[in-house]
Design a protein around this ligand. Structure first.
Ligand SMILES: N[C@@H](CCC(=O)N[C@@H](CS)C(=O)NCC(=O)O)C(=O)O
Length: 250
């Protein structure tokens, strides 16, 4: 279902056969938060429909499904009353509990909280840095690249301490999938601002290795877009007219 063209204002919510109980992921192709949910569903081989929404021309039904008008949201036709759940981290945790295959979070309560806390560290420092980097850029916001390098150093150091290829050990786990969407997008910096403005990965050796490994993961591969493609979208966003359907063949 869809997974291509984004629904805009005036478009009806699609009808599904009564017996179609597949989950419905409401998202947008370039949304990093929605990307998290794709990764979790794909890593667990849970089948789902994808309904992409144009976020500058939202379909009316988006507000009915997700009262803050945000994506991702996940509709659960397999549960009584067909509820909709929101917020990427909460959705991913629900999915990890509901679909125990390929568990992402440890079951031990303390270890589980520590993994969640680590993933949330991305939000504290890297989100403001990402805003400066991708909305303002190094010309209007000098030092934003160094700020990003500093913000992600916590993950560089954590890989050094864990001495494992992935945060999850010998395969991607919770932290890997929760932070990946932002690391995939960091590859766009040099395409948006030019080679001389790239992050210095020589200072981030563990992360550089981890990024290459993640690109080989089956779930990552399914949604992967290279830096040049992310840059192309961000440039349309910076120009005030995000081209959500950029990848949809007409
Ligand atoms: N905390 C939310 C953030 C979701 C979010 O900000 N999504 C953006 C798209 S990337 C959005 O829906 N923006 C539309 C809006 O805020 O109107 C999550 O983790 O799911």
């Amino acid at each position: 279902m869809n997974g291509g063209k984004h629904f805009g204002k005036g478009s009806a919510f699609p009808t599904f056969p009564e017996d179609d109980k597949q989950l419905r992921l409401i998202s947008a192709r370039f949304c990093p938060y929605g990307h998290r949910v794709h990764l979790v569903l794909d890593s667990k081989n849970v089948p789902y429909h994808t309904l992409y929404c144009n976020l500058t021309d939202k379909p009316e039904w988006l507000l009915e499904k997700s009262p803050l008008g945000k994506v991702p949201a996940l509709e659960l036709p397999n549960e009584d009353g067909c509820p909709v759940i929101m917020d990427s981290l909460a959705i991913c945790e629900y999915l990890d509990e509901k679909y125990p295959q390929n568990p992402l979070l440890p079951r031990d309560p303390l270890k589980k909280l520590q993994e969640k806390n680590l993933a949330e560290k991305l939000g504290v420092a890297a989100m403001p840095a990402a805003f400066k980097l991708f909305v303002m850029g190094p010309i209007k916001s000098p030092g934003c690249i160094e700020e990003m390098e500093e913000a992600i150093k916590v993950f560089e150091d954590e890989l050094e301490n864990r001495k494992t290829p992935y945060f999850g050990g010998d395969k991607p786990g919770w932290v890997d999938y929760m932070i990946w969407p932002w690391f995939e997008r960091l590859a766009m910096v040099k395409y948006v601002y030019g080679e001389s403005h790239d992050l210095d990965y020589a200072k981030l050796k563990n992360l550089a290795k981890w990024i290459e490994l993640m690109k080989e993961d089956a779930a990552v591969k399914l949604m992967y877009l290279d830096g040049e493609t992310h840059a192309k979208f961000v440039k349309t966003k910076q120009a005030g007219n995000p081209d959500y359907d950029m990848l949809v063949k007409q």
